[in-house]
Design a protein around this ligand. Structure first.
Ligand SMILES: C[S@@+](CC[C@H](N)C(=O)[O-])C[C@H]1O[C@@H](n2cnc3c(N)ncnc32)[C@H](O)[C@@H]1O
Length: 290
């Protein structure tokens, strides 16, 4: 049996007679060829066009940034929610407790890239600021206030430079060297969207939630990171370790559950990675949880 007949026989066995006729007919259809030279003209046009597109990538650069951060081997889970929720809620005042520093320049030379390690910070900040950029382009004056207790001049300068390179600095109100609870005590503005990611201890998270709750607008959303942390042994100078009392109450996890027990008006939904979404408004919660 020559090859052609064998192939036809295999198709007949696999797909039957109708299948054989269909496949043989479509294989025999010839693609109309382009007139000589036409294909090269279109190839050239395409390359020139694409060069122009690459020079002015506008929003696509930011889509690529979000895509890049969403590829982080450890922190991928927070990127899409932190990008999409502000776009859906259209908040103007976004507050982030715990922002950290960039790895840009020190460990990664591309401001649009990522340093794929545990030490990488500023992930939530970059993502929330990208959402602010889109909202502003759409006419919504969104900004992000980031509070972080650490006060390292050099690292902060790198962080500002990084956000400048990304053209996101204009939407940022940083309070570094500031304790989140001190900032919340002084804050007078209503918050539309809050993100909680400072120390993952019972005491800190419970106090932050208690302070945040009355400062949120009625439809406001609080996103808590690492909600399943029970015993945070951070072992870094800028984050306190969980203590015996906090451990016995279930650490950050226990703090969120206690807050919810004491404030049943806050509806909640949890992601498998431990991102917790709190909101008092039923219809907002509907799109977060259904
Ligand atoms: C887990 S990191 C934040 C990571 C960041 N959200 C991200 O997505 O890359 C926690 C940060 O919270 C800060 N922090 C710890 N305790 C704090 C406090 N009491 N007040 C403000 N910031 C605090 C730390 O300095 C650290 O930079």
């Amino acid at each position: 049996m020559n090859n052609k007949i064998k192939k036809a026989y295999d198709i007949y066995r696999a797909y039957g007679l109708r299948g054989l006729i269909k496949r043989t007919a479509s294989a025999s259809k010839k693609r109309p060829s382009l007139p000589v030279g036409t294909s090269l003209v279109w190839q050239k046009k395409f390359y020139e066009f694409r060069e122009e597109v690459l020079k002015t990538r506008h929003c696509h650069k930011y889509f690529d940034l979000v895509k890049c951060l969403a590829g982080h081997s450890l922190f991928f889970y927070k990127v899409i929610p932190l990008f999409s929720i502000p776009l859906l809620l259209r908040p103007t005042n976004i507050v982030e407790l715990g922002s950290a520093f960039t790895s840009y320049l020190e460990k990664c030379n591309d401001p649009w890239g990522r340093y794929d390690k545990l030490e990488e910070g500023l992930i939530s900040t970059r993502v929330l600021l990208t959402a602010c950029r889109f909202l502003n382009k759409y006419g919504i004056k969104a900004s992000l206030t980031s509070i972080d207790i650490r006060d390292d001049k050099k690292k902060f300068e790198d962080t500002e430079r990084h956000l400048q390179e990304l053209d996101l600095l204009q939407y940022w109100k940083p309070f570094y060297g500031t304790d989140s609870l001190d900032w919340l005590k002084r804050n007078k503005d209503l918050i539309h969207l809050a993100y909680v990611d400072s120390s993952h201890t019972y005491k800190q998270v419970k106090a932050e939630l208690e302070a945040l709750a009355p400062q949120m607008i009625q439809n406001g959303v609080i996103i808590i990171d690492d909600g399943f942390t029970i015993n945070d042994p951070s072992d870094v100078s800028w984050r306190v370790n969980e203590d015996e009392g906090g451990r016995s109450k279930g650490g950050e996890f226990g703090a969120v559950l206690d807050f919810l027990k004491e404030h049943p008006e806050w509806r909640n939904t949890w992601s498998p990675e431990g991102m917790v979404y709190l909101c008092r408004n039923a219809s907002v919660m509907k799109f977060l949880s259904e």
